[in-house]
Design a protein around this ligand. Structure first.
Ligand SMILES: [Zn+2]
Ligand SMILES: [Zn+2]
Length: 734
């Protein structure tokens, strides 16, 4: 006989607490991990049960009752539920919001947990027999039946018929009424047909595979550190197939679906229909279905971007995080989790191996490999006959630039064209020119809402702020001195593209940056054009540095490497090195050895010598010892409190009071509270911003401090006057 009369429910609100509701009117206490519909003020909201109790701090009569139980079984598997509670505690984020993040939109609302079954259509025996008797004037009906006949024995989803015939749904309904077609429930992804044979592994891949095989039984984190083009994907696939053969599921995280088409295509070819892909392009229904397939265990592999780290798995067996250094794994607003770090924790809770792969691992992971917490697997040479490219550093102090291009860069592009090979030109900024200046009085086009300059986009004749998106038409005369002495300074992708078209009129030049690329399939199309050799020179921003495999690209030119070098962020040089190594890795992935040209005004920087030798390990070692000396992560834990307001002094005032409130607590916890400062870009989109760094060497005590501190701040009067957030393990210090 259960005496539990109360459940504690996580609700989709911004408060870091649970809410008590009565369940003594129900026959059964709802399960932990199940959804319930509960009254909240005047609304009804969906919450998740986190615990059940006998008593509440409030008398029973003061509590409201659960209106309805939505799931008769826990919706979230126990392993995932524990992970989510851990994440809420670790990131000091409201647990209700964390649980919401993990649920597909459909399940955040009142409704059944199971998605509507997906039906497929097939022609009936009667339809087959009477196909010829259908009069020619019923063209649509005939067409549908013929399509179904041509599909042979296999049933067809209505959606694929609609793509040929817009009114397919209506026609199918009519044919069903006549008994000519029938509906069958679609099988969820089934057992994995190994559709493509495994490629033979080279000795380095083989060694990695053996190490992974030895760890199949339990939690072991691996860092798979392989130079670009070394064939990490083969190792993932090998390990994934073995995991599936043991009856377990594999979770694969990728930075961006559109930017990793090859990896997905290879998983698809090897694993066929048992792959569920979770990404932002899915409709709510599709997402719900994919989530459910993962939950039921019918999807052998679940592949997705950042939030897929919270995909439910019936039988977790392996987690893979590809390009683990990628910044897109860090959520930048709201619940600011890092999917890579969550993946490692998840593997630990589920007691399974996790593989973090990268050619340029994050320094955090390098440190974990160095201290033995992660097992370090290396793939040090490129697969097949491909060699690493030759890197040449060009000193901008000795070279003249025209539209951002030095003579050696133009010469190399010309040679590359004459050999019929492709090249890639990497520019830091989109737009035409990063700034318009008046050569007479020094006026610059500044954003009215941010502490930032506006970028000239010449084709549209507008100046745009890349921080808030505000725009205006570009002035033709100087607004300050009224002279016609405005000059576009610096180079953006548009300007470089224009220059290249002028210099090489016979070449096919294509530009790809976020101005050109709208939806992700557009990017995918552009990259396909490069692979199909329809493009000679591709100009673009960092987008180009992600893991594409362009067989025909043998030359990569980096027009300015200096932005990251003297960045405000202590991670600036790490990011720069990763980006340069990644973009260099695009060159010469086949027989021909590639070349990389890097223009810089600081050729003496030691990072460039490392880059020339492809010595990421050496760079990482040096950078880590600098971080250790300076007291930076991963040796010291950081958390950044940010505040913003339309009132100029309010954020700093709030942070000062927060710092004061934490003072005595901090000194007892070995935590250091720094002085609140305005953000590097103090004004953005019309809001003033400030930040406060807290840090500690002692992780455990740090988190205890943060918990108490944040709870106090949450209920303080000052907190209501600003928009504030806490970022644990911030990846960007602004
Ligand atoms: Zn002027
Ligand atoms: Zn702006």
């Amino acid at each position: 006989m259960s005496a539990k009369k109360i459940v504690q429910v996580a609700l989709p609100v911004r408060l870091r607490r649970l809410f008590d509701y009565r369940v003594d009117h129900l026959n059964q206490v709802p399960h932990v991990g199940a959804r319930v519909l509960v009254p909240l003020q005047k609304r009804k909201v969906v919450g998740v049960v986190c615990a059940s109790r006998e008593t509440s701090e409030l008398p029973l009569s003061k509590l409201k009752a659960v209106s309805r139980v939505l799931d008769d079984k826990p919706l979230l598997p126990k392993e995932l539920f524990r992970l989510l509670l851990w994440a809420a505690a670790y990131y000091h984020h409201p647990v209700g919001d964390v649980l919401q993040t993990a649920l597909p939109v459909r399940l955040r609302r009142d409704g059944p947990s199971e998605p509507k079954p997906l039906y497929l259509w097939r022609i009936s025996d009667a339809g087959r027999e009477r196909l010829d008797t259908i009069p020619a004037r019923y063209a649509a009906q005939r067409q549908v039946l013929e399509l179904l006949v041509s599909a042979d024995e296999s049933a067809v989803p209505g959606k694929s018929l609609s793509s040929t015939l817009p009114n397919a749904a209506a026609v199918l309904a009519r044919l069903e009424g006549q008994g000519f077609v029938e509906k069958v429930a679609a099988d969820l992804p089934g057992s994995p047909p190994e559709t493509e044979a495994a490629a033979a592994l080279n000795p380095a891949q083989q060694a990695a595979s053996v190490a992974l095989k030895g760890a199949e039984g339990g939690y072991t984190p691996f860092l798979l550190d392989g130079v670009t083009g070394s064939g990490k994907t083969e190792v993932y696939l090998d390990c994934a197939c073995r995991t599936i053969a043991r009856g377990r599921q594999v979770l694969v995280l990728v930075p961006e679906i559109a930017l990793t088409p090859q990896l997905i295509a290879r998983f698809e070819r090897r694993l066929g229909s048992s792959l569920a892909v979770l990404h932002s392009g899915l409709t709510d229904t599709e997402r719900h279905r994919a989530w459910w397939c993962a939950r039921q265990g019918s999807a052998a592999v679940v592949l997705g971007t950042r939030s897929a780290v919270f995909a439910p798995l019936a039988r977790p067996g392996l987690i893979v995080v590809d390009e683990e250094h990628d910044l897109s794994y860090k959520q930048r607003e709201g619940f600011r989790y890092h999917a890579r770090d969550i993946a490692v924790k998840r593997a630990q809770l589920a007691d399974i191996p996790v593989v973090l792969g990268s050619a340029t691992p994050s320094l955090e992971s390098m440190a974990n490999a160095a201290n033995g917490r992660y097992r370090h697997l290396k793939l040090e040479s490129r697969a097949g006959s491909a060699k690493l490219p030759k890197v040449e550093i060009l000193d901008l102090n000795r070279l003249a630039l025209n539209d951002g291009l030095s003579a050696p860069v133009v010469g190399a592009l010309k040679d590359c064209l004459s050999r019929g090979e492709q090249s890639l030109v990497f520019v830091n900024r989109r737009g035409f020119a990063p700034v318009i200046v008046c050569t007479e009085c020094g006026w610059q086009a500044l954003c009215p809402r941010c502490d930032a300059r506006q970028t000239l986009h010449r084709r549209t004749g507008r100046v745009i702020c890349h921080h808030c998106g505000s725009q205006a038409s570009a002035p033709s005369t100087c607004p300050q001195c009224q002279k016609e002495t405005l000059f576009p300074a610096g180079e953006g992708t548009q300007r470089v593209e224009e220059a290249l078209v002028r210099i090489f009129p016979e070449a096919a030049v294509m530009r790809i940056d976020s101005d050109v690329a709208g939806p992700s399939d557009e990017i995918a199309k552009a990259f396909q054009a490069v692979r199909d050799r329809k493009v000679d020179i591709l100009v673009g921003t960092q987008m180009l540095s992600k893991g594409h495999d362009f067989a025909g690209v043998t030359l990569v030119c980096v027009l300015s490497a200096d932005q990251g070098l003297y960045s405000l962020d202590f991670r600036g040089s790490e990011r720069l090195f990763q980006q340069l190594s990644q973009v260099s890795g695009r060159a010469g992935r086949r027989e021909r050895r590639g070349a990389v040209l890097v223009q810089t005004a600081h050729p003496e920087d030691p990072a460039f010598a490392r880059l020339r030798q492809h010595d990421f390990a050496g760079f990482a070692k040096e950078a880590l010892s600098e971080r250790k000396a300076a007291g930076y992560p991963p040796y010291v834990r950081f958390a950044l409190m940010r505040a913003e307001s339309t009132q100029s002094g309010a954020p700093i005032r709030f942070l000062r009071s927060a710092a004061l409130a934490g003072e005595s607590l901090a000194s007892r916890s070995a935590v250091e509270i720094m002085t609140p400062v305005p953000s590097p870009m103090e004004r953005r989109a019309g809001r003033f911003r400030a930040q406060l760094l807290v840090r500690s060497k002692d992780e455990r005590r740090f988190h205890r401090f943060l918990e108490d501190w944040v709870q106090g701040i949450e209920v303080s009067r000052e907190a209501a006057r600003v928009r504030w957030s806490l970022d644990v393990d911030p990846q960007e210090m602004y």
